[in-house]
Design a protein around this ligand. Structure first.
Ligand SMILES: *Cc1c(COP(=O)(O)O)cnc(C)c1O
Length: 453
C-alpha cells in the first residue's frame, strides 16, 4: 500500500538533473523553498484523500517549476490599452518617447553627475538638471522638479503657507483622485484655509474681502477632473493676481495637468496652460510630469526665484526629491517641446493628433486580419484627471460575442494583457491608445480568445 513514506525526500529530489536545472534558473534557496512547499501540498492532498497515487520525481519537480515560475512573474507588467483613454491613471498614464526612455536608461546604467559639479570637482545640486530647459521653455525665473505633483503642492504650501491664512475659492476645494483632497493637503502643510465664494460662483470682491481679513496668500487649484456648468462665475486669473500683488500677497497655482500646448488645437476644450499662468503673473505654478505633458512621473514647480529658493531649502524638499531616472526622463521630454518636435515624438500628443481617417484605417486593417467585427463611431477621452467631459471622435472595432464580460476577462488573461471596454453588449477596442508596435500582439491576443471562446 502506498504511504507518505514513499514520497521522495527533499535531499533525494535535489540529486536529480531536473532539480539542478531549477537551481540554475531560480537559485538554490528559492528552489528549496518551492520543493518543500510542493511536497507539503502533495502530503496534504494525499492525507485528505484528494489523491491516492503519489507523483514521481519528474512530476513533483514539474509542479515545483510552475510554482517557481508563478513566484517570479513580475506583478507589474506591460498591458495593451485599447480603452481609448489616453492618460489612464490605472494603466500608468503617459507612455514615454524613445528619447525619454533612452535618457532614463543611460543615466541608470552607470554613474552620473547627478549631484556633482564637473567643472569645480565638488558637490553639486540635482535640482539644476531640468532647470534651464524649463526657464527657456516657460520664461520662468526658476524651476525645480520633485517626485510628483501631489508632493509639489504639499512642498510649496509647506514652504510658503505654513501658519498663514491661505485664500481659496470653494469651487476649487476638489478631490483629485486616490483620496488627494486639496483642503486636506493645505491643512497638512500647516496652512489655515480662508474659503471664499460658493461652489459655483466666486467674485473678485470675495478675494478682496478675504485679503482685508488677513489672507496672506492666494491658492488656485485647477478643478481638473470635473466641470461645473450653468450659473457659474470666476474672475480672470490676471485680476486675482493683480489684486493679490497690490496687497503684497503672492499667488500659487496648482494647474494639475499643466499643458504646454493649447489643447484647443486638437478640437478639445482649452486646458489652462503653464504659459498663461505665468503671463497672468502667478508667482509659483506647479503641474504634473505625466499628464498632458507626456513625460515620466514628476512634479514641476516654476516661478519667482526668491520663492523657489525658499522651497528648495525646505526640509520636505529632500523627502519628495526626484530620482536620477526621473530627472533624465523629464529633461528629455521637455527638450522635445523646446526643439518644437513634441507632436512628432511624444506618444500622448501623437495619440491626440491622430485623424479619424488614420484611426479608421487601423480598425479596417484589424477587421481584415481577424475576419471579425464591425467598425463603429465612438469617442476617445484624455483621462488622467484632465479635460473632463471632453472627447475626440474616433472609430472603434466592435465585436459581438456571447458574453462580453467573459470576453474582456479572457483578453486580460493574454500576454500582454489587453484592456478593452464594453457598451451595449459589444466589446469595443479603440486604436487611438494602442501603440503601433503593440498591434501584432493585440491581434494575436484577440485571435487566441476567439479560438477558444
Ligand atoms: C493630478 C493633480 C494633482 C496630482 O498630481 P500627481 O502628479 O498625480 O501627483 C494635483 N492637483 C491637481 C489639480 C491635479 O489635477
Amino acid at each position: 500500500m502506498t504511504t507518505l513514506r514513499d514520497l521522495p525526500s527533499v535531499e533525494e529530489l535535489l540529486q536529480t538533473k531536473n532539480a539542478a536545472e531549477l537551481i540554475a534558473r531560480f537559485g538554490r534557496p528559492l528552489t528549496l523553498t518551492a520543493i518543500r512547499e510542493t511536497l507539503d501540498k502533495i502530503r496534504a492532498r494525499f492525507s485528505s484523500g484528494q489523491i491516492t497515487v503519489l507523483p514521481l520525481h519528474d512530476l513533483i519537480l514539474a509542479q515545483t517549476d510552475s510554482l517557481l515560475t508563478s513566484w517570479i512573474k513580475p506583478t507589474l507588467r506591460p498591458v495593451i490599452n485599447a480603452t481609448g483613454v489616453i492618460l489612464h491613471t490605472n494603466l500608468g498614464r503617459a507612455p514615454l518617447s524613445d528619447a525619454t526612455i533612452r535618457a532614463m536608461d543611460t543615466v541608470s546604467r552607470g554613474y552620473s553627475n547627478l549631484e556633482y559639479d564637473l567643472e569645480k570637482g565638488v558637490r553639486g545640486s540635482r535640482l539644476i538638471h531640468a532647470e534651464s530647459i524649463l526657464q527657456k521653455l516657460t520664461g520662468a525665473e526658476s524651476a525645480m522638479i520633485v517626485n510628483n505633483n501631489a508632493s509639489a503642492v504639499l512642498l510649496v504650501l509647506s514652504a510658503l503657507a505654513n501658519r498663514k491664512r491661505v485664500i481659496i475659492s470653494r469651487s476649487q476645494l476638489v478631490e483629485i483622485g486616490g483620496g488627494f483632497r486639496i483642503p486636506d493637503v493645505m491643512k497638512q502643510s500647516g496652512a489655515k484655509l480662508l474659503e471664499v465664494g460658493t461652489t459655483n460662483k466666486v467674485h473678485l470682491k470675495d478675494y478682496e474681502e478675504a485679503l482685508q481679513d488677513g489672507g496672506a496668500l492666494i491658492m488656485r487649484a485647477h478643478p481638473s477632473n470635473f466641470k461645473i456648468i450653468g450659473f457659474t462665475e470666476e474672475p480672470e486669473l490676471k485680476d486675482v493676481v493683480d489684486l493679490a500683488h497690490q496687497s503684497g500677497v503672492f499667488v500659487i497655482d496648482d494647474l494639475g495637468s499643466g499643458a504646454l500646448y493649447d489643447t484647443a488645437k486638437y478640437g478639445l476644450a482649452h486646458e489652462p496652460t503653464v504659459q498663461e499662468s505665468l503671463a497672468a503673473g502667478v508667482d509659483v505654478v506647479c503641474f504634473s510630469g505625466d499628464k498632458l505633458l507626456g513625460g515620466p512621473q514628476a512634479g514641476i514647480i516654476i516661478g519667482r526665484r526668491d520663492l523657489i529658493d525658499k522651497i528648495k531649502k525646505h526640509p520636505l524638499a529632500r523627502a519628495v526629491r526626484a530620482d536620477k531616472a526621473c530627472l533624465a526622463g523629464i529633461s528629455a521630454t521637455l527638450l522635445h517641446y523646446l526643439k518644437d518636435e513634441a507632436e512628432r515624438e511624444i506618444p500622448v500628443l501623437k495619440m491626440m493628433s491622430y485623424t479619424p481617417k488614420q484611426i479608421k484605417g487601423r480598425v479596417e486593417a484589424w477587421m481584415r486580419e481577424l475576419a471579425q467585427g464591425e467598425i463603429v463611431e465612438g469617442e476617445s477621452t484624455v483621462g488622467g484627471g484632465s479635460l473632463p467631459g471632453e472627447s475626440f471622435p474616433t472609430y472603434l472595432l466592435s465585436l459581438t460575442v456571447e458574453s462580453p464580460d467573459k470576453f474582456l476577462k479572457r483578453l486580460r488573461a493574454q500576454n500582454p494583457p489587453i484592456v478593452a471596454r464594453t457598451a451595449n453588449d459589444k466589446v469595443l477596442l479603440d486604436p487611438r491608445t494602442v501603440l503601433p508596435e503593440q498591434e501584432g500582439s493585440l491581434l494575436v491576443g484577440l485571435k487566441n480568445v476567439f479560438n477558444d471562446f
